[in-house]
Ligand binder design. Structure first.
Ligand code: TXA
Ligand code: MG
Length: 331
C-alpha cells in the first residue's frame, strides 16, 4: 500500500471520507499529537487500529467528534460540572470520560462501560471530522510504546506502507496528548495529565482529583500501566542536582558512542561543548518540543541523557509524566 501525505484541500477531505467509509484507517493532525483514526461504529475498522499499532487489546481508545456533533447519542448523561467544563475547554486538548450508551464498537472501550470523548481544536481535525460526520476512534499515531508523533513525517516513519493517508496539518502546537478526565463521579478526576491542568479544571468545576493507582490495583485508565513514549536508543535520567554524574555518564558513552543531553535551556547553557537538545524554558515550550526532540534524539544519539527540569506545577505535571515514562522513571 502506498501512503499519501496530503495538505488540507478538498481532495484531502474527499479521500479521507472515502477511506473512512470503506473501513480504512487514516492518520490526521490534532493540536496535541497526530491520531490514527477509524469509524468508531465499525468493529473491523477499530480492530485494524489495534493490529496496526501492536496495541494491547485492554487499552481503550478515545472517540473524536466535531464541535457540532451531538454526543448525547454516545453518552448516558453527564454531571453538571461536565457541561461547564465542555463549554470552558472544548474544542481543545481535554478528553472527557462518560458513562457509555454502548452505541460504538465494543472494541473502542475494551469492555469498560465508559467512553472517552474528545473534540480537538485543530482546524484540520475539525474539517476532517465534519466531513465524515462520524465518531472517529483514534489513539496517537505511533507504534505502541514508541514516542507519539507531532509531525506527518513521524507518522510516516512508523506507518509507511501500512495506511493509505496522512492528513498533514503541520507540526502539533500542543505537543503532548490531551488531559484525560473521568467525568463519571461526584467530582472530575484526572486520569492522564495534559495541557488542560488540574488548576484550570478546578477553577471551573470547583474541585478536581488526580487518580493515583494503588499497588496491585487494576488501572482505571489502562494506558497508564504501560511504559510509553520511549525513544529507540539507550536512555539515562538524572535530577538537576546530579549534573556531575550525568556528565560522567556522557563521558563514559562518548568513548564508543554518541551521547546527547536532553535538558531545559538554562542547563543546556551550562553544558557548553557537549551535544545537547534544548527542551526550552517554559512548560508550554517543553511540551511542544518534547516528542520532537525524543524522535530526533533516537535518530542521532546512542544514549539520550535526560535531566529533570526545575519547573514544576501546571502544564509541567503533564510534561514530567511523559518525560518519566519515556525514560522509564517510576513506571
Ligand atoms: O491527545 C490525544 O488524546 C491523542 C490525540 C490523537 O487525540 N490521543 C491519544 O490516544 O493520546 P491514546 O490512545 O494514545 O491514549 C488514550 C488514553 C489511554 O491512556 C487510554 O487508556 C485512555 O485514554 N482511555 C481511553 N478510553 C478510556 C476510558 N473509557 N476510560 C479510561 N481511560 C480511557
Ligand atoms: Mg498513545
Amino acid at each position: 500500500m502506498q501512503t499519501k501525505i496530503l495538505s488540507p484541500s478538498r481532495e484531502w477531505l474527499e479521500l479521507a471520507k472515502k477511506y473512512i467509509q470503506a473501513g480504512e484507517v487514516v492518520a490526521f493532525h490534532t493540536e496535541t499529537v497526530y491520531g490514527l483514526g477509524a469509524d468508531a461504529f465499525s468493529d473491523e475498522a477499530v480492530q485494524k487500529i489495534y493490529a496496526l499499532k501492536g496495541r494491547p487489546s485492554d487499552n481503550p481508545l478515545i472517540v473524536h467528534v466535531h464541535r457540532e456533533y451531538d454526543i448525547a447519542r454516545l453518552i448516558d448523561g453527564e454531571p453538571p460540572y461536565a457541561a461547564s467544563l465542555r463549554s470552558a475547554f472544548l474544542p481543545g486538548p481535554l478528553t472527557m470520560v462518560y458513562p457509555s450508551t454502548g452505541k460504538v464498537s465494543k472494541y473502542v472501550s475494551c469492555g469498560l462501560n465508559t467512553l472517552a470523548i474528545r473534540v480537538p481544536s485543530s482546524p484540520a481535525a475539525q474539517a476532517f471530522l465534519r466531513e465524515v460526520d462520524l465518531p472517529i476512534a483514534a489513539p496517537s499515531a505511533n507504534i505502541s510504546k514508541h514516542v507519539s508523533p507531532v509531525t506527518a513525517r513521524h507518522v510516516y516513519d512508523d506507518f509507511n506502507g501500512k495506511i493509505p493517508l496522512i492528513l498533514d496539518g503541520g507540526a502539533c502546537n500542543g505537543g503532548i496528548e490531551s488531559t484525560v478526565l473521568d467525568c463519571t463521579g461526584e467530582i472530575p478526576v484526572i486520569l492522564r495529565e495534559g495541557l488542560v491542568t488540574r488548576e484550570m479544571i478546578a477553577s471551573v468545576a470547583g474541585d478536581c482529583g488526580i487518580y493515583k493507582m494503588k499497588e496491585g490495583e487494576k488501572p482505571k485508565s489502562p494506558g497508564m500501566a504501560y511504559k510509553h513514549y520511549s525513544p529507540r536508543c539507550k536512555t539515562a535520567y538524572f535530577i538537576a542536582e546530579a549534573l556531575e554524574d550525568a556528565i560522567a555518564c556522557y563521558e563514559a558513552e562518548v568513548k564508543s558512542g554518541a551521547p546527547c543531553f536532553l535538558c531545559e535551556t538554562a542547563v543546556c547553557a551550562r553544558l557548553n561543548g557537549y551535544e545537547t537538545l534544548d527542551l526550552g524554558g517554559t512548560p508550554e515550550e517543553m511540551a511542544r518540543r518534547l516528542y520532537m526532540l525524543l524522535r530526533k534524539g533516537e535518530r542521532q544519539a546512542t544514549l539520550l541523557i535526560g535531566i529533570e527540569p526545575s519547573e514544576h506545577g501546571g502544564v509541567m505535571a503533564g510534561v514530567l509524566n511523559r518525560l518519566h515514562r519515556a525514560f522509564g522513571v517510576n513506571v
